[in-house]
Design a protein around this ligand. Structure first.
Ligand SMILES: [Zn+2]
Length: 326
């Protein structure tokens, strides 16, 4: 990988330095559809050489609609807006699962279009804006100045820099730093906060009426995005999801999982972390992941392998340990 890449990974460019894929990488996901329980899913895309969008959801209740996570790219935002106009309701809230740019970048445009929107999220973005994101922006600017950004990634890198430049506008209006039950748009939900997992504080949502857990990047494919993670805190958060009573899990990236599939993913993740924390060759950790999570990686194994190699090394090196003490 080029030297600038690791700093950009949380901006979503992991694996973009992988050799041109000889396999057929799945096309951008377009599974915007009703999933039952007054809930719609807008699947986030992750095309080769580009940065991903996280999955978004639109839920509605007696008092309006709300959006969970707002993606990164304008195409994704357009899909959210089409979904909102499709149900003919104005959004009254955004719930952000975490501050990664593939989940919050659409906040300012949606708030501008619908001024009544209140954003719910944790305060972890404050530390990210002065820490991780500030450093990433610095690396990106240097890479641009050095001509080190591949042409295919230029628009994404510039877009992320613009978003970080407006970082204060990404912050929540209503801070949820502890787990609590809430009513949003007249709809009762349980907001759960996981400490030191994917980020310093992640928010996931348990919709008891639907037995559905909407977990953000606590579950992702083709690999777990460990850039700002404490692996052990993440494992603990997954135990919480498993114990929630959910029969269905909506990941931050990838298709909806029945709870039996979540258990398969959970095991593959747990094995990957145990391997990367151990002393055996890291190569075996990556191939173990490809086998354990095979059902979500078909056609994308070259990229998944490159990313698993990268994240395995990140865990093994101890570079993530600081995220466990934040
Ligand atoms: Zn994400």
């Amino acid at each position: 990988m080029p030297r600038w890449l690791p700093a950009l990974v949380a901006l979503g460019l992991a694996g973009c330095a992988a050799k041109p894929a000889v396999e057929t990488v799945p096309p951008p996901r377009t599974y915007a559809h009703g999933i039952g329980g007054a809930t719609f899913l807008i699947g986030g895309a992750f095309p080769p050489g580009r940065s991903p969008d996280g999955n978004s959801l639109i839920l509605y209740g007696p008092e309006g609609a709300f959006v969970i996570d707002t993606g990164r790219h304008s195409e994704h935002l357009t899909a959210i807006r089409q979904g909102l106009s499709g149900i003919g309701m104005s959004p009254v809230a955004i719930v952000n699962t975490h501050w990664h740019l593939d989940h919050v970048s659409g906040n300012p445009a949606l708030k501008a279009a619908f001024p009544d929107i209140k954003v719910y999220g944790t305060s972890a973005i404050d530390g990210a804006l002065t820490g991780f994101l500030a450093k990433s922006a610095e690396s990106s600017r240097k890479a641009l100045a050095d001509g080190a950004v591949p042409a295919s990634a230029l628009a994404d890198v510039e877009g992320d820099l613009a978003t970080i430049g407006r970082g204060a506008e990404l912050r929540p209006d209503i801070i949820v730093d502890e787990s609590r039950d809430m009513t949003i748009a007249g709809r009762p939900l349980s907001l759960r906060v996981a400490r030191n997992a994917v980020t310093e504080r992640d928010l996931w949502i348990y919709d008891a009426a639907e037995k559905r857990a909407i977990v953000g990047d606590l579950v992702t494919v083709p690999v777990p995005f460990l850039d700002t993670a404490c692996p052990e805190g993440w494992l603990k958060a997954l135990d919480g999801v498993a114990a929630s009573g959910a029969e269905q899990v909506v990941p931050g990236h990838g298709p909806i999982m029945p709870i039996a599939d979540f258990a398969i993913w959970h095991r593959a993740f747990s094995d990957f972390i145990a391997c990367a924390r151990g002393t055996s060759a890291l190569e075996g950790c990556s191939t173990g992941w490809l086998t354990g999570a095979a059902k979500w990686i078909a056609g994308d194994t070259a990229r998944a392998k490159a990313m698993a190699d990268y994240y395995g090394e990140l865990v093994r090196s101890g570079k993530l340990d600081g995220y466990c003490t934040a």
